[in-house]
Design a binder for this molecule. Structure first.
Ligand code: SAM
Ligand code: SF4
Length: 324
């Protein structure tokens, strides 16, 4: 499946819920209104669409949200999608999670064919973690990470770099990850949803990288995902560090991904409103062939590049609706 610019689209991120047990300051407002159930794709609809996308050449599926593990039945969907498609076109089935429920679900996810998991972790200090996530409890997340590793899952930690909030923890986090064999991805805040406070906490990862180089030996890594992350090997630990910098560097030329939101809209770019509704045709009884051609047609409107700018919301939706 190719888009209008000749890019091969092989990666689908599926937001399976807009709900979450955390309220991270950069992601959600304190009071959120979530979608009524009827608006959200059912688990069966998600499963069916995953099949359609794999049939069209998607090789990697990532479940995200909201928090994927707060929706009952999500590990079951992953198990069915894994059993049906892994090794039959699909090469990787994975998820991004806040980790709070991983202690319970890690073995089930491993049995579903999940081999790696991204866990968001912005601080190793309990009070600070609680302040950033508003409702999160650090020990539960650390137990989840431990359970994931014990279940044989490769763990990558996602840390949003927040100026004046957790920037002093970036180097310690790199050491913590290195000691456990986890890769670390640092993420710049993106201008999505409610912008309050976002500009003040925006921290350029170019600056962070320069600072890290004073203590660590970072060498450009051959590892590439086609995504917005640039990786470096950390000589001292043997693990990798990635910098996800949608604002200060463009990565669009190698973009291989599209996103399905909770309402069944296929978003072609995180920084654009361009989307195609798949829920209505799905609920009107569309055949797989019809869904195939709708998805193929959608690829024609994938924008060439995003238009993020610091201080200006490119799109009004929250990351939790489209999936980070
Ligand atoms: N709840 C899961 C989690 O936290 O990992 C999955 C969904 S969350 C939206 C996915 C990722 O997006 C997380 O790593 C989170 O830190 C990141 N994120 C959320 N809002 C963001 C923003 N405004 N800018 C940059 N990253 C953001
Ligand atoms: Fe929830 Fe993830 Fe957003 Fe935090 S970043 S509020 S854990 S969806």
């Amino acid at each position: 499946m190719e888009d209008g610019f000749g890019r091969r689209i092989s990666y689908l991120r599926v937001s399976v819920t807009d709900r979450c047990d955390f309220r991270c300051t950069y992601c959600m407002a304190e009071e959120m209104t979530f979608l009524p159930r009827a608006e959200v794709l059912s688990l069966e609809e998600i499963e069916r669409l995953c099949g359609v996308f794999v049939g069209l050449g998607v090789r990697k599926l990532r479940f995200t949200g909201g928090e994927p593990l707060v929706r009952a039945g999500v590990p079951g969907v992953m198990a069915r999608v894994g059993a049906r498609h892994l090794g039959q076109g699909l090469e990787e089935l994975t998820l991004t999670t806040n980790g709070a429920r991983l202690a319970r679900f890690a073995p089930e996810l491993a049995a579903a064919g999940v081999r790696r998991v991204n866990v968001s972790l912005d601080s190793l200090k309990e009070a600070r973690f609680a302040a950033i996530t508003r409702t999160g409890h650090l020990p539960a997340v650390l137990a989840g990470i431990e359970a994931a590793a014990a279940a044989g899952l490769a763990v990558k930690i996602n840390m949003v770099a927040l100026k004046g909030v957790n920037e002093d923890e970036i180097s310690p986090m790199l050491a913590w990850c290195g000691a456990r064999g986890f890769d670390l991805s640092l993420i710049e805040t993106m201008p999505l949803g409610d912008m309050s406070g976002r500009v003040e906490t925006h921290l350029s990862l170019a600056t962070v990288r320069e600072r890290l180089c004073q203590h660590w030996t970072l060498r450009p890594s051959a590892h590439a995902t086609g995504g917005p992350s640039r990786y470096w090997d950390v000589a001292e630990t043997g693990a990798r560090i990635g910098f996800i910098t949608p604002l200060s560097e463009h990565f669009c030329a190698s973009c291989n991904r599209v996103r399905l939101d909770v309402k069944g809209r296929l978003y072609l770019c995180l920084g654009h409103e361009a989307a195609v509704d798949l829920r209505a045709p799905l609920r009107a009884g569309a055949s797989d062939e019809t869904l195939d051609s709708l998805v193929r047609a959608a690829m024609r409107i994938k924008p060439e590049r995003h238009e993020f700018e610091i201080g200006r919301p490119a799109v009004a939706r929250y990351m939790s609706a489209t999936g980070g």
